[in-house]
Write a protein that binds this ligand. Structure first.
Ligand code: SF4
Length: 305
């Protein structure tokens, strides 16, 4: 068995920033500390913070007055900020700056009387936050069929924006379809997927031809992790999303395979290494890292004072 380890894989800069901000807040303020939604979509990360006493909530009603609350990497709707301020809750914002940029674009285009077509997944934390910036100006489309069903005047001011963690190929084809139907539609500066999602998907596309099976480390509610497994499948390689080494079934392998391992942007590296060790132990696997691009952005931590 031979393992190719995709690089880049795992934590993106936005996830890193959110986790470091929560660590800094625990050190600075101690408990109780509340986080609105999962800080990032990964079971290991969330369980680790839960075991240390951090409370994750899905409504402001669950947060006592004057408490301290962190907003997760996926961002929040403006009404959540207002409700928190009405309860005198002190907030720390760990929204990924690339998500915050989409929020700003929504506000700018809505103020300029555009109808915004947002490509994204209904119910995802990021999409809920983005849509609620200007709900009267946004239409969500999830599938190509939603675009066929759109009844809009092609002469209206239209712009397309996207969730940050979608499939690059599917989103491009949806944008093309929108342009065919509405030739005057413009693309917001974010109408391309965030750099981390793109780099991880590109690595799958480049390395899939070398392997028999792909393992993607990531939780089932992680959008970008699921897109990596879908990309592998679309390229004809059996691709399995695993939360950790205990999800690996040795019966999947005969011991002679070439395997590609990658990880979604919210999956910790130690979980990847546990999976590698498990395969080394059971199949004497050799390991080789393959770098296909470099994540080069960096963000400052929000001030925790
Ligand atoms: S996947 Fe992209 S948008 Fe999401 S947290 Fe990471 S860098 Fe930010």
């Amino acid at each position: 068995m031979h393992i190719f380890l995709a690089n880049p894989r795992g934590f993106c800069i936005g996830v890193n920033m959110a986790i470091k901000t929560l660590e800094a807040a625990i050190t600075r303020f101690g408990l109780p500390l509340y986080v609105y939604h999962e800080i990032v979509h990964n079971r290991w990360v969330v369980d680790n913070f839960k075991s240390r006493g951090v409370k994750f909530v899905s409504t402001i009603d669950e947060v006592p007055e004057d408490a301290r609350l962190m907003f997760s990497a996926h961002g929040v709707a403006p009404d959540i900020r207002i409700k928190a301020s009405q309860k005198n809750i002190e907030t720390i914002d760990a929204t990924c700056p690339l998500v915050a940029r989409v929020h700003r674009e929504v506000l700018r285009y809505a103020a300029n009387k555009y109808t915004i077509i947002l490509i994204g997944h209904n119910g995802h934390d990021e999409v809920i936050g983005t849509m609620n910036e200007a709900p009267e100006s946004i239409i969500l489309v999830e599938h190509e069929s939603d675009i066929h069903n759109l009844c809009l005047n092609p002469n209206d001011k239209l712009v397309v924006l996207t969730q940050t963690t979608l499939s690059v190929t599917e989103t491009q084809s949806m944008i093309e379809l929108l342009k065919q139907k509405f030739p005057n539609i413009i693309s917001g500066s974010n109408a391309n997927i965030c750099y981390a999602t793109q780099h991880r998907q590109e690595a799958i596309a480049m390395l899939a031809p070398l392997v028999d099976i792909i393992l993607i480390v990531g939780s089932g509610n992680s959008s970008n992790s699921k897109r990596l497994a879908e990309r592998g499948e679309a390229l004809g390689v059996r691709s399995i999303l695993i939360d950790g080494a205990d999800n690996i079934n040795v019966g999947w392998f005969n011991g002679n395979e070439k395997i590609l391992i990658s990880a979604g942007a919210s999956a910790p590296e130690y979980v990847v290494q546990d999976c590698v060790k498990m395969l080394q132990k059971n199949f004497n696997a050799t390991v080789e890292e393959r770098q296909t691009s470099t994540d080069s952005l960096s963000f400052q931590l929000p001030i925790v004072d």
